[in-house]
Write a protein that binds this ligand. Structure first.
Ligand code: ATP
Ligand code: MG
Length: 658
């Protein structure tokens, strides 16, 4: 347990302080054509098994299941007895339904090259890749590690594994050899798929040199190498194989085998925001069912019409579920972009939206705040009228960023879906339905039809409206994790011991109900601060700071304090012109602003102006490192940071100012 937990005073629930009264109902025209209606909630409530059966019917099963759910807490089996092939569902069946010519992927490379891949192409490429992998000895139950840039081969590789019944373990392209090696070793992977190099902000950077270092001394028997940047690579004869040779010469046909609904599909390591990454295990039928269902209803996806774009990397769960499995199971036409949002210029995303007439755009709050920092005149230069639905995931979204997204990108026309979920939940859990829910800036609103969530206090009792506590999931769901790879004890301990008596899944996040019962995510429980016995959420104080016109980004932590237990320490990045003026006056204005927005109790003890914040590769703020700084400790493990030099900058700045 974190410090803040142990020292918790008399009040066990989180103080829910800030209030947000704006609410935006879906436009009538949108509601009239939406995939899901308000009745879905009741339908799911009255007959959960029947509801999930209907959702599973979205897929092609070679053998129908006998039982929807077998639940021996904390181990679930969904669609028991059913059989399917996940890759067949994501490619072949669309071709067989006459949609082989439909574009599956508009791929946009960073240097400006592009590829258009139809469903017929996808079926062919996946079959060839599956044949090549089988040739390298990959079969049912084997593990394949994948470290690739955002290129179509990444998608082909994942689906080829699924087709063969092998588990993939995708590792983000920017991870170090050490991080890759640890993941290869944990999963005992047999083959690694990688590339010669990858584009990084317009320049080719080596990749295979690093992966070679990771592979040495592990269980890897073969390395399959995609040529992307024409970078010279070291080569180990007998072990290394070029993609264009092996896949290039493989047969274009491959007959998919059927696998049990509970056959493992992949392992994915969590982002490591709070500690050592966990190898989360997902299986086939339930995972694909909920992925396809949520992608369809939450984005109001219309096959053959919508052009969908999720900006995540396939190295994260968002890329797995909302680039590969959900959209492709639904026969979506989607954009995949290889590069960074400011290469070669800061309008790149809007240029792509304009070029492909993107209608659904799914991204992360950290990126929205970055776009805000770059300025609204950049998106204003492009035609964004094709957009219909906007989505966010990854962190609580500050109301300020939500409103900016709504006004500057969605032109007050597009519903915004703030989707709460985790690597562990496999797909979206709490989110508005865009044609049904009146949304509030900063709230994920309520659990989706078929999903059950609650906010509870220390004893597991649901809190009332206007109160905060712990977010739990009180009923099993189809895409739930089936365990931590090789460590059932850690699985039980991490997720099921906190509310063992009630049998609730403990998400590790704090949340509150507002006066109308809508759910607001308040950040991680480990990050909750305890100020004179009041448990205050980092998210609320950060949102208050970000709502001040001079602040671009903020991170808040609780540092031990002799009088109050903990004191609030804020790290802020100031916007453009304000950045030059980080003086005493400016700091005082910010402290007063927080006091006015939330209350005097939330006034930061100290505010540090910084140039960058420590973030994971997926863009999440690592508050535990800032807590180390605020408490003058040696800074902890920085191996999953996107840029570890950021911490040096911050610690030096801290010493200068004290
Ligand atoms: P680790 O578990 O290793 O510390 P992580 O939790 O960052 O890493 P992910 O599974 O990628 O790894 O992230 C899930 C977490 O992201 C959630 O538990 C929550 O804290 C946060 N999150 C995701 N979406 C939202 C959202 N819409 N609103 C608020 N928080 C969100
Ligand atoms: Mg987590």
């Amino acid at each position: 347990m974190a410090e803040s937990e142990k020292s918790s005073g008399n009040s066990s629930a989180l103080s829910a302080l800030s209030t947000e009264s704006r609410s935006f109902p879906p436009p009538a025209e949108f509601a009239a054509q939406a995939n899901a209606t308000a009745e879905w909630y009741e339908r799911a409530e009255s007959d959960r098994d029947g509801f999930w059966s209907e959702q599973a019917d979205r897929l092609h099963w070679t053998k129908k299941w006998d039982t929807v759910l077998e639940w021996e807490a904390p181990f679930a089996k969904w669609f028991v007895g059913g059989e399917l092939n996940v890759a067949y569902n994501c490619a072949d069946r669309h071709v067989e339904a006459g949609n082989g010519d439909r574009v599956a992927i508009y791929w946009e490379g960073e240097p400006g090259d592009s590829r258009t891949i139809t469903y017929a192409d996808l079926q062919r490429e996946v079959s060839k890749t599956a044949n090549a992998l089988a040739e390298l000895g990959v079969g049912k139950g084997d593990r394949v590690a994948i470290q690739l840039p955002m290129i179509p081969e990444a998608v082909f590789s994942m689906l080829a594994c699924a087709r063969l019944g092998a588990l993939h373990s995708v590792v983000f392209g920017g991870f170090s050899p050490g991080a890759l090696k640890a993941r290869i070793e944990d999963a005992e992977a047999k083959v690694l798929i990688t590339s010669d190099g990858q584009y990084r902000r317009g320049k080719p950077a080596p990749m295979k040199e690093n992966t070679d270092e990771a592979v040495a001394g592990t269980t890897i028997e073969h390395v399959l190498v995609v040529k992307r940047t024409e970078t010279d690579v070291p080569w180990t004869e007998g072990r290394d194989v070029w993609w264009h040779d092996a896949v290039g010469s493989a047969s274009e046909t491959h007959t998919p085998e059927s696998f049990d609904s509970e056959h493992p599909l992949f392992i994915l390591y969590t982002s490591g925001t709070t500690g050592k990454p966990k190898g989360i295990l997902h299986t086939s039928g339930g995972y694909l069912t909920q992925s396809a269902y949520t992608h369809n209803v939450v984005f109001d996806h219309k096959p053959g019409e919508s052009v969908y774009w999720c900006t995540a990397d396939i190295g994260w769960v968002t890329g797995h579920t909302y680039i590969v499995y959900g959209p492709l199971a639904n026969g979506a036409t989607q954009v995949i972009y290889e590069g960074t949002p400011n290469t070669p210029h800061e309008g790149r995303h809007w240029e792509i939206v304009d070029k492909y007439k993107v209608s659904i755009y799914y991204t992360a709050p950290t990126l929205i705040r970055t776009f805000m920092k770059w300025g609204e005149d950049i998106p204003a230069k492009y035609d964004l009228s094709s957009l219909k639905v906007l989505g966010t995931v990854g962190e609580p979204i500050n109301p300020e960023a939500w409103m900016w997204f709504r006004e500057k990108i969605g032109k007050e026309r597009c519903p915004i879906v703030d989707t709460w979920w985790q690597t562990e939940t496999g797909s979206q859990m709490i989110a508005p339905l865009p044609g049904v829910t009146a949304t509030k800036p900063g709230s994920a609103m309520r659990a989706l039809p078929g999903i059950s969530a609650a906010v509870v206090d220390d004893t597991g009792t649901p809190v009332g409206n206007g109160e905060g506590g712990y977010l739990v999931l009180d009923k099993p769901w189809p895409s739930m994790l089936r365990g931590i790879w090789g460590d059932n004890e850690r699985y039980k301990e991490t997720y099921w011991s906190r509310f063992a008596e009630q049998g609730y899944y403990f998400a590790g996040d704090g949340a509150k109900y507002d006066e109308d019962g809508a759910i607001w995510l308040l950040g991680r429980v480990d990050d909750v601060m305890n100020i004179s016995g009041h448990r205050i959420s980092t998210t609320e104080v950060e949102s208050a700071l970000v709502s001040h016109p001079t602040v671009a980004e903020a991170a808040v932590v609780g540092a031990s304090d002799e009088t109050t237990g903990q004191g609030i320490v804020a790290f802020v990045i100031l916007r453009g012109s304000a950045a030059k003026d980080g003086g005493e006056e400016a700091i005082k204005a910010l402290r007063d602003h927080v006091s006015k927005e939330i209350g005097p109790i939330a006034k930061p003890r100290q505010i540090m102006v910084v140039e960058e914040l420590p973030k994971t590769r997926s863009g999440k703020i690592m508050r535990r490192l800032l807590r180390d700084v605020a408490e003058n400790r040696e800074v902890g493990d920085v191996s999953t940071l996107a840029d570890s030099s950021v911490m040096d900058l911050i610690t030096t700045g801290m010493k200068d100012s004290s």
